[in-house]
Design a protein around this ligand. Structure first.
Ligand code: SF4
Ligand code: SF4
Length: 286
């Protein structure tokens, strides 16, 4: 099963949930944790990772063969990102706008476009006991986060359970990270800001046809805001992590919740088994 962990805004406890779920499951089965928060990958901080291979993440930029090009303009027409301009006698490529989608080279009638790899990030692999971690990191100043996320996801191995830590928000990188998941856990906090961003995240999962459930982090005062919304939207609240000083202290020290407070393992395992039970019905609705 592929479970993604997302949140409409940053700082809600997404990584706390992803790492706690991974560690809890790792007592029983092989777990793969994919850190797709490529602008700020930090799951490794919570895990005692033994580093393995690393490889560059490449963005494929078009290169025009002027001898073959007839200046037909097809490449500029199909580029959704205005990364190519076809002038009467020259085709210009703007690498900083290119998303490496490959449409121009695929559709060029003269096969005048080849692709050249530009390094825009790094993919690191490592392991910790029964957990294998794949982490992507976008180079500072680069913008094509979805390309790095796609590279991370190329390593998906569904022989075990797969957990994806997505970036916060509801933009392209999050969509790239969570699409194809069997279930998406949406982590929120019980504040009006949390609710606003949760509603955007719920809309996103619905558009993608991914079943979703909510985890309230720092639960306590204000929970009824989220509860009322979830009831109206028919979305299950799957777990509440209380606003607790001890949890905050563990987090600030980089100690996973389920390591510092082992009783929480049971809660995360129950959460996972509940997801499994829910899937047959939710998958029908997909
Ligand atoms: S589609 Fe190919 S032939 Fe047409 S302008 Fe672009 S590079 Fe040249
Ligand atoms: S690879 Fe895609 S984004 Fe880049 S120039 Fe070609 S069509 Fe545009």
């Amino acid at each position: 099963m592929i479970v993604s962990v997302a949140s409409g805004k940053g700082g809600t406890g997404k990584t706390l949930v992803a790492t706690s779920l991974a560690l809890s499951l790792s007592d029983q089965t092989k777990v793969q944790l994919l850190d797709c928060d490529v602008e700020e990958p930090n799951t490794h901080i919570f895990l005692d990772i033994k580093e393995g291979q690393s490889s560059p993440a490449l963005l494929l930029i078009p290169h025009i063969d002027e001898d073959k090009c007839t200046h037909c303009g097809v490449c500029a027409e199909v580029c959704a990102y205005n990364a190519i301009a076809a002038l009467p006698k020259k085709v210009l490529v703007f690498p900083e706008l290119c998303h490496g989608c490959g449409a121009c080279s695929y559709l060029c009638p003269e096969s005048a476009i080849t692709e050249e790899g530009k390094e825009i990030g790094i993919i690191r692999q490592g392991s910790s006991r029964n957990i294998s971690l794949v982490e992507g990191e976008l180079t500072l100043g680069e913008v094509a986060a979805p390309t790095v996320i796609r590279e991370v996801k190329r390593h998906i191995d569904t022989a075990g359970e797969v957990i994806i830590d997505a970036s916060p928000g509801t933009s392209c990188p999050v969509i790239e990270a969570i699409k194809d998941s069997d279930f998406c856990l949406l982590v929120t906090e019980p504040t009006p800001f949390g609710l606003n961003d949760l509603s955007l995240a719920v809309e996103m999962t619905r558009k993608l046809g991914i079943p979703a459930g909510v985890i309230i982090n720092r639960a306590g005062e204000g929970d009824q805001l989220i509860e009322q919304y979830c009831q109206e939207q028919d979305i299950p609240i799957l777990l509440r992590i209380p606003l607790d000083r001890n949890i905050a202290v563990l987090y600030s020290k980089g100690i996973p919740l389920v390591e510092g407070m082992p009783d929480w393992r049971r809660n995360f395992l129950q959460l996972f088994h509940r997801l499994k039970e829910m899937l047959p019905t939710t998958e029908v609705s997909r």
